[in-house]
Design a protein around this ligand. Structure first.
Ligand code: ZN
Length: 291
């Protein structure tokens, strides 16, 4: 590749030995399999997977990351972005159809179950996308800390997935209970309400934690393009989007929608870069790259 080395690339630290052969003297791991490369000759191959050691020493820019890793996080982003679109469409269709059913009088319970089922499937697809999006980069495995934004996203994703499945099961069992007509009484209703409230709280907490972690994680990937626009926007969105999500409801209720569009566009910009790297080896040329 002729673009090497760029100014923002990390300096490649190698020690030249007596015989003229260089060995890796920095903390470095194989971009393909994560094998620790310290002490190995820079001209050699990874003993674990055979990838040239030099390929793993070109720096932290994403264009030098392993192809498999790049494909995984790009696929994850597509699950997230397409899932968000599908969710918006489902909400619109659901709203229109519910309105129609109310006017026609009937079938609302079955319809509500169907809607919850569909939205649970889409939610799980989005969460699976976030999981893939936060795949460990074998090339920077040594830098992955205990509480990296990557890991925080994944913990939140697991919590959200468990809550989504439990909520669906509760809704289904509630419908089954009322269909049997046994209705064990108010005690059951109260328990269900308490459990539902707890699940909603856990879901909201996971959602908030996940949002901030995704922004920090995306900012890191923005630095690895490098795209100053993404980096700046991530920092800005960490306060702007929560404001739109809350106070923004006063904007004729449009705040949350605007926040969603901004969030979607930012992740889509990252996806454009990743697709470009996979296709051409370099990030996309987008407006305002320098911020
Ligand atoms: Zn390897």
């Amino acid at each position: 590749m002729s673009t090497l080395p760029t100014s923002s690339n990390q300096p490649v630290a190698v020690a030249v030995g007596g015989g003229g052969s260089a060995t890796v003297n920095q903390v470095a791991t194989c971009i393909q399999c994560g094998y620790a490369l310290q002490g190995l000759p820079t001209a050699g191959k990874c003993p674990e997977c055979g990838t040239a050691v030099a390929d793993s020493l070109r720096g932290f820019l994403l264009q030098f990351a392993g192809r498999q890793y790049l494909e995984t996080i790009t696929k994850g982003l597509s699950f997230v972005l397409n899932g968000i679109l599908a969710m918006v469409i489902l909400m619109i269709v659901g709203f229109v159809m519910a309105f129609g059913l109310v006017t026609a009088g009937g079938g609302l319970t079955a319809f509500s179950v169907l809607l919850t089922g569909a939205s649970t499937v889409i939610s799980l697809a989005i969460l699976w996308g976030y999981w893939q999006f936060t795949e460990l980069d074998p090339g920077s495995a040594a830098l992955d800390t205990e509480r990296s934004s990557r890991k925080v996203v994944r913990v939140a994703v697991v919590v959200s997935a468990v809550v989504a499945v439990l909520s669906l099961l509760i809704e289904l069992s509630g419908v089954a209970g009322s269909a049997r007509g046994t209705g064990a009484g108010a005690a059951v209703d109260t328990t269900a309400a308490v459990i539902n409230g707890g699940l909603r709280l856990a879901s909201a907490a996971a959602w908030i934690v996940q949002f901030f972690a995704v922004m920090r994680y995306t900012r890191l990937l923005g630095q690895r393009m490098p795209d100053a626009f993404i980096v700046k926007r991530c920092s800005m969105y960490m306060w702007l989007l929560p404001v739109l999500q809350t106070v923004g409801i006063l904007l004729v209720g449009l705040g949350p929608l605007i926040a969603l569009v901004m969030y979607w566009n930012l992740l889509d910009r990252l996806r454009k870069h990743l697709k470009s790297i996979l296709a051409t080896g370099a990030p996309a040329q987008l407006p305002k790259m320098a911020g």
